[in-house]
Every structure is written in structure tokens, then in C-alpha cells.
Design a protein around this ligand. Structure first.
Ligand code: NDP
Length: 255
């Protein structure tokens, strides 16, 4: 019988894998046996993440790239295939936010958030598609947000990008099912990372509001994403596609 959660011999690209939720998923995929390609703009941070993964006996490399640049994205796929011979798993995790209400957001700010969070997932998925077909199938894991579900006054572009991620995920799931590529989204709740440390400084009362609304009564941690990444990256999820799975300590089901 297939070992459902075994990723031995599999190759995973994690955009934004040098910290936060991305590194949490990279650690999980590595522990299940996958080789990891960490993609980010900050070379030193990516190299530190790779050093940590390699200490845990994982094969890993870092690639410095901006995932909003189509040429750089093609190079990520080419470098991954030349180093490891295949691409099995793509985690579209790179993301950012600009916290302003809609009436204050400039067009270039809107474009930057949409390009970083949504267009990058399109570029990386499109570039990975051919490589995954060559490998006989694949797994694409897109990172949404609670703002894929809810609206917010202080992050309209972010919410639009994360809503878009879910519909993009569903579209790829349908289009690429014949290629044996499963596409799913993870919707993180409120997770303690660099991104939300800034948010907590910028949004009054955010820390306590999140705690009060989260049934698990804590903020999430990067480690909370290891298991879902292994599930969605492995044979265990071969009949699961087009879903958007909250990993939120119950935040989205609290009435
Ligand atoms: P971090 O700020 O820690 O991570 C963001 C990552 O994205 C960094 O590794 C960064 O690397 C990378 N990145 C950003 N822009 C680019 C780019 N243009 N090209 C390549 N890499 C890029 O935040 P989180 O770990 O919190 O966020 C990870 C994902 O999870 C994001 O998509 C975020 O929206 C989502 N999320 C987070 C939540 C939370 O509560 N923390 C809640 C819901 C969703 P570098 O700087 O080296 O480029």
C-alpha cells in the first residue's frame, strides 16, 4: 500500500519559505522526506532557512527571486528541475499587505498587493504546470487567509487578493485534474509571524480581538502548518482538489 504521507523523492518549491508560515510548511515537507527549494528575495534569510533544513538532513537549496517577475519565476522552475530533476509540489505562500482603508489606498499600493499575493501564484502555477506534467502529476498549495472569507476595513487589496486566490485555486483544480495535479488552498487564521507583528503594531486592539474570537484561545504558530502541508502535498490528498481549508483554531466557525 502507498505510504500516504511519505514524500521521499518528492521536490517542493516554497515561495516565501525563508520565514513564518512558509518555513513552517517547509519544515513539515522536509520531515516527510521532500527536497525543498526555498524562494525569497532576502538571500541571507533564505540561506539561513536552508542551513536549518539541511541540519535536519533534508536536501534543500535557496533561490533568490522576486515571484512577481515572470522571467525569475521561469528560472525557479528551470533551476529546480536541473538541481533535483523534477517539481512535485508548489507552495504559493509569498505575500504582503498594506494596511489602509479603501479610500486611502493608492493605485500602485493596490497593484503591489495584488501582484505579490495573486499574480505571483498565477505565474508560479503556470510555470510549474509543465514540470508537474513531466513528473506525472503534482500538488499546488495556495495560501489564502481569513480575508478570503471575511471583509476588513484596513486591508481591501489584501482581502481582494486572498479572495481571488480561492477562485484561482478552484479554476486550476478543474483545469489540471486531467494532468493529475491537485490544487488546494489553505486559509490561515491569525498566526504569529513578522507580517502580523507589524499588524499588531498598526491595528489597535488586534491582538486581544483575535484571542477573544479564536476558540483555540491562542494565536497560531508557523508549526501549525506542517501537517496540512504534508497532507496536501502527499498521496493522502489525491482525491482532494479545489478546496479551501481553514487552519485557524476555529476562528472562522465562531458565531
Ligand atoms: P512573512 O512576512 O513572515 O512571510 C512573507 C514571505 O513572503 C517572506 O518569506 C518573503 O520573503 C516572501 N515574499 C514577499 N514578497 C515576495 C516576492 N515578491 N518574491 C518572493 N518572496 C516574497 O509572513 P507570513 O509567514 O505571515 O505570511 C505567509 C503567507 O501567509 C502570506 O501569503 C500571508 O498573506 C499569509 N497569511 C498570513 C497570516 C498570518 O496571520 N500571519 C494569516 C493569513 C494568511 P522575502 O522578504 O525574502 O522576499
Amino acid at each position: 500500500m502507498t505510504k500516504l504521507f511519505d514524500l521521499t523523492g518528492r521536490v517542493a518549491i516554497v515561495t516565501g519559505g525563508n520565514g513564518g508560515i512558509g518555513l513552517g510548511m517547509a519544515r513539515g515537507l522536509a520531515a516527510a522526506g521532500a527536497s525543498i527549494v526555498v524562494v525569497g528575495r532576502n538571500t541571507a534569510k533564505s540561506e539561513a532557512a536552508v542551513a536549518e533544513l539541511m541540519q535536519a538532513r533534508c536536501k534543500a537549496i535557496s533561490l533568490t527571486a522576486d515571484v512577481t517577475d515572470p522571467v525569475a519565476v521561469e528560472a525557479i522552475m528551470a533551476r529546480t528541475e536541473s538541481k533535483f530533476g523534477r517539481v512535485d509540489i508548489l507552495v504559493n505562500n509569498a505575500g504582503m499587505s498594506i494596511r489602509k482603508p479603501p479610500h486611502e489606498l493608492a493605485l500602485d499600493e493596490w497593484n503591489m498587493v495584488l501582484t505579490t499575493n495573486l499574480t505571483s501564484a498565477f505565474l508560479c502555477s503556470q510555470a510549474a504546470h509543465a514540470a508537474m506534467k513531466r513528473a506525472g502529476g503534482g500538488k499546488i498549495i495556495n495560501i489564502g487567509s481569513m480575508m478570503s472569507i471575511f471583509g476588513t476595513s484596513f486591508a481591501p487589496a489584501y482581502a481582494a487578493s486572498k479572495g481571488g486566490i480561492v477562485q484561482f485555486t478552484r479554476s486550476c483544480a478543474v483545469a489540471w485534474a486531467p494532468d493529475n495535479i491537485q490544487c488546494n488552498a489553505i486559509l490561515p487564521g491569525w498566526i504569529d509571524t513578522e507580517l502580523t507583528q507589524t499588524a499588531r503594531r498598526q491595528v489597535d486592539g488586534l491582538h486581544d480581538k483575535v484571542l477573544a474570537r479564536t476558540p483555540a484561545a491562542r494565536w497560531g504558530a508557523a508549526e501549525d502548518f506542517a501537517g496540512i502541508a504534508v497532507f496536501l502535498g502527499s498521496a493522502a490528498s489525491d482525491f482532494v482538489t479545489g478546496t479551501a481549508i481553514p487552519v485557524d483554531g476555529g476562528f472562522s466557525v465562531q458565531g
